[in-house]
Structures are given as C-alpha cells and as structure tokens.
Design a protein around this ligand. Structure first.
Ligand SMILES: O=C(O)CCC(=O)C(=O)O
Ligand SMILES: [Fe+2]
Length: 345
C-alpha cells in the first residue's frame, strides 16, 4: 500500500521525465509501462527524438567536410586515419604516457576500465590534448554527429581486457546506448588488433528504418522485466541473429592503427569486440548526450573542462557515500599509475 501511494505521488515526476533523456525502463514505471508502450509510447519517443536530431544536424553540417557528412549518413560513423599530424600525435602520446595524476578504475565484468577526468588542472598538464580538443575538426565532428552545438565530456580511457576474474564484459554484447541519436568518439592512442578488443559497429544501424522502429516497439514491451540489466536500463541488447533479421550487414571491426579517430552515433548497434587474451586499448574518449527533445542546437552551457570537474565531483561524492556506509563506490582511486600501465597484480 505504502509503495503504491509513493508511486502515485511520484507519477507527475515520472511523466515529466518523458521529455528528457531518461531511459530506464526499470526505474521509471511510465517509461517501462507495457500498456503505454503497446500504445506506442517508446516508439513515439524514438521517432520524435530522431526527427529533431535530423533537423538539428542539418544546421550543423557546415562544421565538417561534405564527405564526412556523406560517410556519416551512410554508415553512422566517421573514420579518420592519421587524424593528427604525426608530430602532434607523438607529442600527445608522450604527454599522456608521462601523466600519472590520480585516476579511477571500475570493473565491467572481467574488464577493467581506467579513466582520467579532464578537470582544468589536468588539462593544464596536457597542453597538446587541450589543443586537440579545441581543433575545428574535432569540435565539428562531435557537434554534427551529436546533433548539438555542445561540448562533450572527455576522458583518457584505458580498457584492460581479461584483467580480473569476472563474468563476460557486458559491453561485448551488441547494443544501442539509448533511444535517441547520441555521439561517442574514440581517438586511439594504441594500435588495435582485430582480436585485441576492437570497437565494432554495425554500419547503417543508426538509421530509424521501419524494421528498427518495429524492433524498438517490440523490445520496449518487456524491457522492464528483461533478464538483461542493461536492457532494463534502456540500453537495448540485440542478438546477432536479430541484426540480420533487421536487414543489417555484419559489424565493421575497427582494427586500426593508433592516431585513428572514430566518431559514431551510438543509437547504432555496437559492441566492444572480443579479445583473445589480455589486451590494453588506450584512447581519448568523448561522449555527448544532451536533451533529445530540444529543437535548438545550442543552449548547452557545459564546457569540457567543466564536465571534467563534474566527473571528479561525482567520484568524490561516491567516496563520501561510501565513507558514510551508505553505498559502496565502484570507482576505485589509483595513484601513481599511467593510462598505459598493466593492471594491478
Ligand atoms: O569500448 C568499446 O569498444 C565500446 C563500448 C561501448 O559500448 C560504449 O562505449 O558505448
Ligand atoms: Fe555502448
């Protein structure tokens, strides 16, 4: 009874969240409602978000070369080998290798993810990286693919595969990150082998075809009670056989040399590819996710440095909750370690 009353009291809140990027079918009973999704609630959010993103993107096309727009429209990603001039890439690599400021690690199954947040004091020690993040092509690609004139949040990220005992890394299952177009970018600082945990992406899967919309609708009906935790959170997993049924091609495997940039719409299906043994992938990793239902391209006040500070604050808040015995913080702080170091023994 108390739970029901609480649910009823929160209903206006859950309903208002429909106009935001909220995506959890488990937490939000309106988003997760089987009946509302039978009536087409999820499908309507997906359709409207795509419609608005397409309109916003058209207005940002001037920021990048026409050939990149074409590649993106066709594939859902832009790939650029030799993104930086060799000397600048060398300086960036050296700078990141030398950096041993505080960083955080989190486990994703048997993978360890290591992240350095780019707060202003950190960026001051990484001047080449700061320059790269201000370059017109980097800024333009993030904005166009993300369909917002907004700064992304950026980390230096290391992915250490088979680095701890644990279940299969959940990111190795094909999935869409959320229900609306959204951007992620990878500037690889290591060479990535096909069997060394490459990023993989199903070309063209960013498009909202009638088949995809029907799949979104079907998946939304049971997502709230899915056995898969990520699907319950609104990041729908898809089986390889289903990809084929949607008329999609096999995934593209980004086995690429360092200094390759990939900027992708992660509404498209993607996964962290398999790693035959222990492997290390290091990248400058960016992520931009803003309100999907704003028709405006601008109105996004956060800067990359501000977002970096916010990441650090979130980690510290997690530490505090843990110290108070309220919740354990999965983000472990590590000191004196670089992005390129092996996992702790
Ligand atoms: O690390 C990767 O290759 C992809 C992970 C992923 O699914 C994501 O970043 O959204
Ligand atoms: Fe993802």
């Amino acid at each position: 009874m108390a739970v029901r009353l609480q649910q009823a009291a929160l209903m206006p809140w859950w309903t208002a969240a429909l106009l935001t990027q909220a995506k959890s079918f488990e937490r939000n009973p309106v988003i997760g409602s089987r009946r509302l999704n039978q009536w087409g609630l999820h499908a309507a959010r997906v359709r409207l978000a795509h419609h608005l993103a397409t309109a916003r993107r058209q207005r940002l096309a001037r920021l990048i070369p026409a050939s990149d727009c074409e590649a993106f429209e066709r594939d859902g990603f832009v790939l650029r080998r030799d993104f930086l001039p060799a000397a600048q890439f060398g300086a960036l690599l050296e700078e990141v290798r030398r950096y041993r400021g505080p960083l955080r690690e989190i486990a994703e199954g048997d993978t360890i993810l290591r992240k350095i947040a780019l707060a202003p004091a950190v960026l001051a020690r990484l001047p080449t990286l700061a320059t790269v993040l201000h370059s017109p092509l980097w800024r333009g690609l993030i904005r166009y693919v993300g369909s917002r004139d907004a700064e992304p949040v950026v980390w230096i990220q290391s992915i250490l595969r088979h680095a701890r005992p644990g279940p299969r890394d959940p990111q190795t299952f094909f999935h869409a990150d959320t229900f609306h177009p959204t951007v992620k970018a990878w500037l690889f600082l290591t060479d990535v082998a096909a069997d060394g945990g490459p990023f993989t992406y199903v070309p063209g899967s960013h498009r909202l075809t009638p088949e995809r919309l029907a799949w979104e609708r079907r998946t939304s009906l049971d997502a709230r009670h899915s056995p898969d935790a990520e699907t319950r959170q609104g990041s729908f997993r898809i089986a390889p056989a289903e990809l084929e049924k949607l008329g999609l091609p096999p995934p593209r495997v980004f086995a690429v040399p360092s200094n390759t940039l990939v900027v992708a719409d992660t509404f498209g299906f993607h996964a962290r590819g398999p790693s035959a043994g222990a492997s290390l992938r290091v990248e400058i990793w960016a992520y931009g996710r803003r309100s999907p239902f704003l028709p405006l391209t601008a109105l996004a006040p956060w800067t990359t440095a501000g977002l970096g500070l916010r990441s650090v604050a979130a980690w510290k808040w997690g530490d505090w909750l843990q110290r108070c015995g309220l919740k354990s913080n999965p983000w472990r702080e590590r000191l004196g370690v670089s992005a390129f170091d092996a996992p702790a023994a």
